[in-house]
Design a protein around this ligand. Structure first.
Ligand SMILES: [Zn+2]
Length: 511
């Protein structure tokens, strides 16, 4: 399908768009004569050199020489395509695009109806929170220390208990229940065919896409007996969980300024961090962190701080995004929270300053993985060293594009495992095509017997240290060893190449 928009339509969109209003959505403009000036959003500066000319419908920066019309601004500032920018601005001005511009008219209308249904629902839920919610809901928000500003910033709402409160409100507005069903706001009974409210007695978190459109909702149960603590809208034509990040729309400006994001697990973590001033926090939607989400984030930042719960599930959740982030050549750091804390609980207890200190003391993905592997692999054994290197290989291989970092990590790991760096590297190269990371924490290596460990230690000492080599050679014959492989391979000491190979493969020890 051709993604073409006729020039006259593009011109129509530019003319119908108030460029000052569009740019004001993102930066603060100050009137100066006929024009408006601002600090340039595209480069760092202390005095404004960014100017908007409403008469010509153009902007220009005298500092970095960037300039253009509203479409150009939208593309550059929001990192979106031409078609996306024109579509957004056209919709904003009520101009309908022809079918050839990427999507059949019918589908466009359907999507518009879904967005409208969500807008209506968000308003309805927000009003319900402000006026109809029982005392217990306000107590809950107070207990979680959610401020009124956060309620507004994230358009938090409340879905009343009961099966048809929202349905009745929607009917009174003559909204098509079939659209509401497809938007995931209603369910439909298979037996009776009647509609019912999808969200009931839940705190509602509207979920926006990167352009600020509400695409779905998250609902947190307020009844402690409710089994599903969180539910999300089902997937729809406009709601694909794998390419949405909660909080991204609110975080965008900060992300662009800081070039880094804090990735957290839950909606409440995002709300709390933003409330405390860490407004670069975003979260996946209760699912694994996908490649699409990495791509989305990469439009704005080149570094991600992972901040998940400090429990075993949180540790596991921390490991999983690392591979995809490294694959996209992003910097990855891990924020270590004290035991029993999550970002929400920690920042409420300790405040912004303490959280910023945690960010300052974050550790690299490398140190984090090393630490995790060391909890279940005994890296003092040859088999353990090999396993260790195998588990780390897929991650290290992803940073080859940055040779300096790659070398430093290899060196660090070789020192950590007490093995020659070149052996580690040759192993990494042999695993170059490894398509997927080995699942951390899933494999269990049977411990070696004391005898095996002792023999292994001797071989290691023999390979690594010339002084020990002499002593071992003088004191022990190969008969000393019980390991069948070593027994079968006399004269054992004479062949260093063989020994090194043995050490590398480490397959000689029965486990
Ligand atoms: Zn500039």
């Amino acid at each position: 399908m051709a993604f073409l928009i006729p020039d006259d339509i593009v011109q129509q969109v530019i003319e119908a768009t108030d460029i000052v209003a569009v740019i004001s959505d993102f930066i603060t403009l100050k009137k100066q004569g006929r024009n408006f000036i601002a600090l340039c959003p595209f480069h760092q500066e202390k005095t404004p050199s960014f100017s908007v000319n409403p008469g010509k419908r153009m902007y220009y920066c005298f500092g970095c020489k960037k300039g253009g019309d509203a479409i150009r601004f939208f593309m550059d500032h929001q990192r979106i395509s031409f078609v996306e920018a024109v579509s957004y601005l056209a919709e904003r001005s009520g101009i309908s695009l022809p079918e050839s511009s990427g999507m059949p008219q019918e589908e466009r209308t359907f999507r518009t109806e879904l967005y409208q249904a969500n807008e209506f629902a968000a308003e309805y839920f927000a009003k319900a929170l402000a006026s109809k919610a029982p005392e217990s809901v306000r107590v809950y928000l107070q207990k979680r220390k959610v401020s009124q500003e956060s309620v507004q910033n994230f358009q938090l709402g409340y879905a009343l208990p009961g099966w048809n409160n929202f349905l009745r409100a929607a009917e009174s507005r003559r909204l098509n229940p079939d659209i509401l069903l497809k938007a995931g706001l209603l369910g439909k009974s298979e037996k009776s065919g009647s509609y019912y409210d999808y969200f009931r007695n839940r705190l509602i978190f509207p979920i926006k896409n990167n352009l600020g459109k509400i695409v779905g909702f998250g609902g947190r149960a307020l009844d402690p007996m409710e089994k599903a603590k969180y539910i999300n809208s089902p997937e729809s034509d406009i709601f694909k969980k794998k390419n949405i990040l909660y909080g991204l729309y609110q975080a965008k400006r900060r992300l662009q300024e800081e070039k880094s994001a804090v990735l957290v697990e839950g909606y409440m973590d995002v709300v709390s961090l933003h409330q405390a001033g860490i407004s670069s926090a975003v979260a996946p939607l209760g699912t694994a962190f996908t490649e699409d989400q990495v791509k989305l984030l990469k439009r704005y930042v080149d570094r991600v701080y992972l901040s998940f719960d400090s429990d075993p599930a949180g540790i596991k959740a921390t490991v999983s995004p690392i591979y995809n982030l490294l694959k996209s050549e992003m910097g990855v750091e891990v924020i270590l929270l004290p035991k029993g804390e999550d970002p929400d609980s920690y920042i409420k207890k300790e405040g912004k300053k303490a959280f910023c200190q945690l960010i300052d003391h974050s550790i690299s993905f490398f140190d984090f993985l090393l630490k995790q592997l060391a909890t279940y692999i005994d890296f003092n054994t040859i088999e353990g060293k090999k396993k260790f290197a195998q588990e780390m290989a897929p991650y290290l291989n992803l940073i080859r594009y940055d040779l300096f970092r790659f070398d430093m990590y290899c060196l660090k790991m070789a020192e950590f495992l007490h093995i020659p760096e070149k052996h580690l590297k040759s192993m990494l190269f042999s695993q170059r095509e490894s398509p997927q990371p080995i699942a951390l924490g899933k494999k269990y290596i049977e411990p070696l017997s004391k005898q095996d460990k002792a023999e292994q230690g001797l071989i290691l000492a023999f390979v690594e240290n010339a002084n020990y080599r002499m002593i071992i050679k003088d004191q022990l014959s190969s008969n000393f060893f019980l390991n069948p492989f070593i027994k079968k391979s006399p004269p054992f000491y004479g062949n260093m190449t063989r020994l090194r190979a043995l050490f590398q493969s480490a397959d000689c020890f029965p486990i």
